[in-house]
Design a protein around this ligand. Structure first.
Ligand code: HEM
Length: 445
């Protein structure tokens, strides 16, 4: 049976993606129009099959290769092969090391105190803000996440090693320039664009070298959170270690930073939900300004709110795999060597699994509601053997940061500030998210 989708065009599909505003919006248009399985032209790939049905996605969950062209914009960040698309034989041992370092609860607990201190630093700064322009959530929270991954996995937060503001900006330049030009014809300013990217890359490479120099010989023995030491012990080459530090700096900061930003954005517009979060924090923390690691489990409503925010605004809005053999998806046969596009955002907005999908409703994540839904209906961290290695750490970090900020402040939107989504590998707000942070008194909304 032929898979529905837009008619083949003379171009490679770039114009339609550009006209929609990017792949993040195009995927939603495609699925609104053609249903759960859609075939469409994807630049560099040829034809891709996009699957927004969580039950059919199960059939793809063991796939372990990504199509190279879709992630080619990340190649300049790596020197020993683009880590997004390395083959399974190299990827599997690399993933094991990352999971060992990032996913261990003892190591989360050991670094929890540092995370709390960093969250308090930001809250203190916000408390001193005069409120004139409002706080720029994404800018501040992505920088905070970068500090946290440095504290956790890269040996500390010394600003002489990693200048968080400049690193965040340099990654933004690389992603904006490379993704921005993927779906539009080359412009007159190509040379200037290439220069901006090269400058940003040089700065990022210099940062990675500084981190590695500082780590040399200073391994905290027995610290399972030491990424560089663990990669070294696993026999990874120096180039692969450099690439992993680069990719970790990127992957850990912009995703978690926007997840917390979108959550605060939604809470600033839903005061009833914000009141319930505040009441839960008061009940669990009492007079304390921050949770312990063990408290996180008790912040069940906060966790529902975070999950619902990542459903409505998945920080990573799409992914992709290549089929290694023919697979059957419902009535459709997908041959070996095809590209399966993962439209994470369209899956999260699929009305068959999420009634009134645009509505913000944390009740969708009560244990009972979750048990009644398809396993892959909510996939902010992706699927299968290439899913996010940082998921467990990201959830600890996001819950902790939200708890500290929402215990101390109530947020309201800055009037007239428009929030629109844009894709820069992550789903972010084009012009940041500006809010006013008002101090709240413990025990009261
Ligand atoms: C809320 C925060 C985060 C979200 C929503 C997120 C989401 C994602 C998604 C959707 C993918 C692609 C998965 C797929 O293709 O199936 C991914 C991959 C990845 N993420 Fe995250 N991520 C987050 C935080 C982190 C953190 C904190 C780290 C590291 C410390 C991290 C490291 C990675 C890495 C290394 C990959 C590549 C996976 C691979 O190819 O094996 N992420 N993430």
């Amino acid at each position: 049976m032929r898979i529905p989708g837009p008619a083949t065009r003379d171009d490679d599909g770039a114009a339609a993606i550009g006209a929609a505003g990017g792949l993040h919006l195009y995927q939603r248009q495609l699925h609104d129009r053609y249903g759960d399985v859609v075939q469409f032209p994807l630049p560099g790939v040829g034809t891709a099959v996009s699957v927004a049905d969580p039950v059919l996605l199960e059939r793809t969950a063991r796939l372990d290769e990504r199509p190279e062209a879709l992630f080619a914009f990340l190649s300049p960040l790596c020197e020993a092969g683009n880590l997004q698309v390395i083959g399974a034989e190299e990827h599997t041992p690399w993933r094991r090391v990352l999971l060992d370092v990032l996913a261990g609860r003892p190591s989360h607990e050991r670094h929890f105190g540092e995370f709390v201190a960093l969250a308090h630093d930001l809250a203190d700064r916000w408390a001193a803000d005069d409120g004139a322009r409002g706080i720029a959530l994404q800018e501040d929270l992505t920088a905070l996440s970068l500090r946290m991954i440095c504290a956790y996995a890269l040996g500390g937060t010394d600003p002489a090693l990693v200048d968080t503001g400049r690193v965040v900006h340099a990654f933004e330049v690389v992603l904006t320039e490379s993704i921005g030009q993927m779906y539009r014809p080359p412009g007159a300013d190509e040379e200037a664009r290439a220069r901006r990217v090269e400058d940003a890359l040089r700065y990022l490479r210099g940062t990675v070298d500084r981190v590695l120099d500082a780590r040399r010989g200073s391994r905290a023995r027995g610290d399972r959170g030491d990424l560089v030491g663990a990669l070294h012990d696993a026999g990874m080459t120096p180039a692969r270690i450099r690439d992993t530090v680069m990719v970790t700096l990127l992957a850990a900061h912009h995703t978690t930073g926007v997840a917390v930003s979108w959550t605060l954005h939604l809470l600033s517009r839903h005061p009833g939900v914000a009141d319930r979060v505040a009441a839960e924090l008061d009940a669990v923390l009492g007079e304390r300004a921050a949770p312990d690691h063990a408290d996180l489990r008790r912040l069940t409503y906060l966790d529902m709110v975070l999950k619902e925010a990542m459903r409505l605004y998945p920080p990573g809005p799409y992914g992709a795999r290549r089929t290694d053999e023919a697979i059957t998806l419902g009535p459709y046969e997908i041959p070996a060597g095809s590209t399966v596009f993962y439209p994470f955002w369209a899956v999260h907005m699929n009305p068959a699994h999420w009634p009134e999908p645009e509505r913000f409703d944390p009740e969708r994540f009560t244990p009972r509601a979750v048990a009644g839904r398809a396993r892959l209906a909510h996939i902010p961290f992706g699927i299968g053997p290439r899913s996010c290695e940082g998921a467990a750490l990201a959830v600890v970090e996001a819950r902790l940061v939200l708890a500290v900020l929402l215990k101390r402040f109530r947020f309201r939107p800055v009037p007239g500030h428009e929030v629109t989504t844009v894709e820069r590998f992550v789903l972010r707000a084009a012009d940041d998210i500006r809010v006013v942070a008002e101090p709240r008194e413990a025990g009261r909304g």
